[in-house]
Design a protein around this ligand. Structure first.
Ligand code: AHM
Ligand code: MG
Length: 333
């Protein structure tokens, strides 16, 4: 039973005991993520102090400029997971291809793969606005003892074993699920410990916030335009309000606590949407569903989509169930 103020370490050990036949591999993996998150947090927090921000002069596979901190976060997460030989493969939004991990200890014997967006919300890094890390964990489908293959990564979201995010905000939080609800831990930076501050997180019943980049309005599909107009109508006293940070993790986190929907639809400029199915949408969808919410591409459940490629993009509608259903109604018209 999760107890408020329990440390993440204690929580992991306690949960591990709840799965008597598990090997502890998943617990060790979450432990590695919490360590890497602390290291990245330290760096993100002093971004304004040292000359670490700014484009690193590289472009990622999506053709976007990489910021230095993106590169740093990517390296730290990969290093931590690789050095500890805790996973058999890693796929990152910042790398063109997946990474195969073969260790000294046990060649290809680990059963999990990690997919991640090491630092999401890159446009906010330079301006002291919160950013996040997103991760997703699957059991490999190819045999143990052999190198991982693309198919180990191209699994639908409903096969996820765990997913989570770190939000580097006014305080730093690690929020994750292993399929038994969602728990949020806040970092005490003085002690370097994560404390359970938000046990069993759930979307409130009523959602009032819609988060969408309205600057793209003219390029949105009609269903999304209609939904936005519905939220804005005066009819009765429609209680909606708009909040958009431009960091998926932060927008999602606020919406899960306060009640709301995050929307990144297709636009005429981005016909498949902007967000990546494997690194961003599936993990957020898993957390949303575990918190009583929903995630859709406008027509179908995100976690039922069969991925075709590592960097696949999809339109994304995620948040309070009733709000997601409403926008799906408009999309279907
Ligand atoms: P990134 O992976 O390059 O950071 O892009 C993802 C981000 C999301 O965090 C955010 O919600 C969205 O892109 C914002 O996009 P836009 O600036 O088009 O509104
Ligand atoms: Mg991203």
């Amino acid at each position: 039973m999760a107890k408020k103020n329990q440390t993440l370490g204690e929580f992991i050990i306690e949960n591990q005991a709840a799965f008597p036949f598990s090997s502890g591999e998943l617990s060790r993996l979450i432990n590695s993520i919490r360590l890497a998150a602390k290291v990245v947090n330290h760096e993100v927090n002093k971004a304004g102090l040292v000359d670490i921000t700014g484009a690193a002069g590289e472009t990622n596979i999506q053709g976007e400029d990489q910021q230095k901190l993106d590169v740093y976060a990517n390296e730290k997460f990969i290093q931590t997971l690789t050095n500890r030989e805790i996973v058999c493969g890693i796929a990152s939004e910042e790398n063109d291809d997946f990474i195969t991990i073969s260790g000294q200890k046990n060649d290809h014997q680990n059963k999990y793969v990690v997919l991640m967006d090491p630092l999401d919300g890159s446009s906010n890094i330079d301006v002291n606005v919160s950013v996040g890390t997103i991760f997703s964990i699957y059991r490999r489908v190819t045999p143990l003892g052999t190198p991982v293959q693309l198919e180990d990564f191209l699994q639908p979201g409903h096969k996820q074993v765990a997913a989570g995010y770190v939000v580097y905000g006014t305080s730093t939080m690690l929020v994750y699920t292993t399929g038994h609800g969602v728990n949020g831990f806040t970092l005490n930076p003085a002690l370097g410990s994560w404390y359970l501050s938000h046990p069993d997180m759930k979307f409130p019943e009523d959602g009032r916030i819609y988060s969408v980049n309205e600057g793209n309005y003219v390029h949105f599909p009609q269903g999304v335009k209609d939904y936005i107009k519905y939220c804005q109508q005066e009819e009765g006293e429609r209680p909606y309000t708009s909040r958009y940070i431009g960091s998926l993790v932060s927008d999602f986190h606020r919406n899960m606590i306060k009640g709301g929907i995050y929307i990144y639809p297709t636009t005429s400029k981005a016909p498949d949407g902007k967000l990546r199915l494997l690194y961003e949408c599936n993990p957020m969808a898993y957390i949303a569903e575990q918190a009583g919410g929903k995630a859709s591409d406008g027509f179908r459940r995100i976690m039922d989509i069969e991925p075709k490629e590592l960097h696949q993009r999809v339109p994304f509608f995620c948040g309070n169930s009733e709000m997601v259903e409403k926008v799906e109604d408009f999309m279907a018209r």
